[in-house]
Design a protein around this ligand. Structure first.
Ligand code: UDP
Ligand code: MG
Length: 340
């Protein structure tokens, strides 16, 4: 059979492509993309755990793309120390803290791998799961999601708010994001290249990952507590992150005001008729202070919420229209392979 399939032939024969993957090189480069923000306590532990585990995966070469997201502690120095000794460790130093989503985008842009796994520095996602992701990828999937089945490491409040977020997001948006799946997943070069084509500067990665589509498999794992240090996401940061998710992937919050407004107007009209007829048949009834003030306050409140929602979107249009880069790189540190 002709192995040089054209794009349309390949599309017609997904099974063949999936099972045999004729164009895949024997040794695959895996890029582990890891954002680091003030993670000085975790770094040594991280490399000591991750490197042997990656070395154990057969037919895989790997690189660890470390993004220093404007850390103010010794994170960068420690990362450089590892990169000096190991050509597989590359360090991308951003000019300031751009946030995890931007750091992850930088990592995807800078990685060379045929397959790419975004990973956290705190080892909350067990390294052993990576090999399971790779095994699933070998079955022919382009995206392998890692779903947290046990989130006991997270507080009850975080679990509850996360569940509510997914529920609300997926009911508002046409792009459904899989529940309990973080950024930890495996994607192929193809998927990473598609992600790079998405032009938005405000990058809600979970949503973007879902938007690109592709053949997706899921494996389950239990999430562990952090090995050291503390979470970089406060409640307020998470709330804004959730807003980012809603506004990036749904315009329903904007459009709902038309319907709400129509309903309130209809109710007001009905009440107007009612009052008119009551006045005609039963005369004028002066008291009404309470109902009047309640109606004014309630309508004022509803309007302010509506304006607030508009503001959320307009603010995002404003930021997006400036078209600023998602991140800036100050320096790259890596040892050349031939220097070894
Ligand atoms: N992180 C980052 N920039 C930030 C915040 C976090 O690069 O502004 C990194 C952090 O160093 C870690 C990962 O993102 O590797 C996940 O962060 P964290 O563990 O604090 O999040 P959680 O697991 O609590 O959601
Ligand atoms: Mg964490």
């Amino acid at each position: 059979m002709n192995n040089n399939l054209s794009a349309s032939d390949a599309a017609l024969q997904p099974k063949t492509r999936r099972l045999s993957q004729p164009n895949k090189p024997v040794v695959t480069l895996l890029s582990l993309v890891v954002p680091f923000y003030n993670e000085e306590e975790t770094i040594t532990h991280f490399f000591n755990h991750v490197i042997p585990e990656l070395e154990a995966i057969s037919e895989i070469k790997f690189e660890i793309v470390c993004i220093n997201d404007g850390s103010t502690d010794s994170t960068l120095q420690q990362l450089k120390d590892f990169a000096i000794n190991d050509f597989r460790v590359r360090v991308i130093d951003l000019t300031r803290n751009f946030g995890k989503e931007a750091a992850l985008s930088a990592g995807l842009d800078e990685s060379f791998g045929d397959i790419i796994v975004p990973f956290d520095a705190d080892l909350q996602d067990p390294v052993e799961v990576i090999i399971k992701l790779v095994e699933k990828w070998r079955e022919g999937y382009q995206i392998v999601l890692a779903r947290r089945i046990d989130r006991n490491a997270d507080s009850a409040l975080k679990r509850w708010t996360a569940a509510k977020f997914y529920q609300l997001h997926n009911s508002l948006s046409e792009i459904k994001i899989p529940e309990n799946v973080g950024d930890f997943r495996l994607i192929t070069r193809e998927v990473a290249d598609s992600l790079k084509r998405l032009p938005e500067t405000q990058r809600f990665m979970k949503g973007l990952f879902a938007w690109v589509g592709y053949d997706t498999a899921t494996i389950d794992y239990a999430r562990k507590p952090r090995i050291a240090g503390s979470s970089k996401f406060s409640g307020w940061k998470l709330w804004n992150f959730a807003l980012e998710g809603f506004t990036s992937f749904s315009t329903l919050p904007l459009r709902i005001w038309t319907y709400l407004g129509a309903m309130v107007a209809a109710a007001a009209l009905l009440r107007g008729f009612y009052l008119m007829f009551r006045t005609i048949f039963f005369g004028i009834d002066v008291p009404g202070y309470a109902s009047l003030s309640t109606a004014i306050l309630m309508l004022g409140g509803i309007q302010l919420i509506g304006i607030g929602v508009l503001g959320e979107y307009i603010g995002r249009i404003y930021v997006e229209s400036k078209n600023r880069p998602v991140y800036l790189i100050r320096n790259r540190y890596e040892k050349k392979e031939e220097d070894v």
